[in-house]
Design a binder for this molecule. Sequence first.
Ligand SMILES: Cc1cc2nc3c(=O)[nH]c(=O)nc-3n(C[C@H](O)[C@H](O)[C@H](O)COP(=O)(O)O)c2cc1C
Length: 264
Amino acid sequence: MIVRGIVGSPNSQGRSAELVQLALQGAKDIGADVEAIFLSDHDLKPCSDCTDLRCHDEGRCIFSDDLPKLSEKIDTSDGLIVASPVYWSDVSNSTRTLFSKKIRMRTQKTNGLPALGMLVAGGSGNGCTEAMRPMYLFFEKLRFRTISSFPVTRYNYTQARDYSYKGGKKIAEMAKNRSKLDPVALQLLNNDLRYRNYSRIDERRLIARLIVDNFEPSTLDERKIKKEWTTEMGRMKNLFSRDQKAEAILILDRIIMEGEKRFA
Ligand SMILES: Cc1cc2nc3c(=O)[nH]c(=O)nc-3n(C[C@H](O)[C@H](O)[C@H](O)COP(=O)(O)O)c2cc1C
């Protein structure tokens, strides 16, 4: 059994790389062989949306690149982990390129293959759930048995490390009993994936919640700030329930702006 982890960040020492290594360690502890694949070590030409469809018919792009090699690695895995940094609320360009090209190849070899995606935001945290969409879509198109992703931000990075390790373990466990998904099961699975249907405001609420929950005050002043944020979160919730969105959004903006400074 082999579980592979794809790192979609150009930074081989960064957070995406660290979370993939942790997930692979989890899989290894269940008895899997593991391999990390760094997209930045591969030559992947952007998809030109051509109508040649050589990728579909012959398994290679009209531009000579590492697509066949990467595709083979994915198809022969028993479990897959993909981590991409969040760039402008999306996956990285190399990750997106792999996704588009692999989807276009339309190979049917990944049906039921367990998969976990991780989206690693760093700055504002914006896009930590929005960027899950292209990841989830990739897994859906290739009929993976996807498990829910989780938002990775600098506010919850300690938990994210733990989730990654446990996620890797889960993928390796699932790989032992791989079974195909029929079209209905595939739709149901993908409909229920966590954060998939989050709106922009849902995401902002989540980021603010992560800030408030994970802020550990060490001075009296900081304790006061945390208490104030907690009260404001309650007020924000009330405002949303009364459809007073504009005022509620201003509260979220303030907490997120202040939080960014506190977690710098
Ligand atoms: C071009 C670019 C766009 C980015 N866009 C976002 C963003 O939309 N939201 C966010 O929270 N962080 C953003 N970041 C920060 C990265 O998500 C963050 O540095 C991440 O941890 C990088 O992952 P890595 O350590 O694996 O390279 C961006 C960084 C770059 C270089």
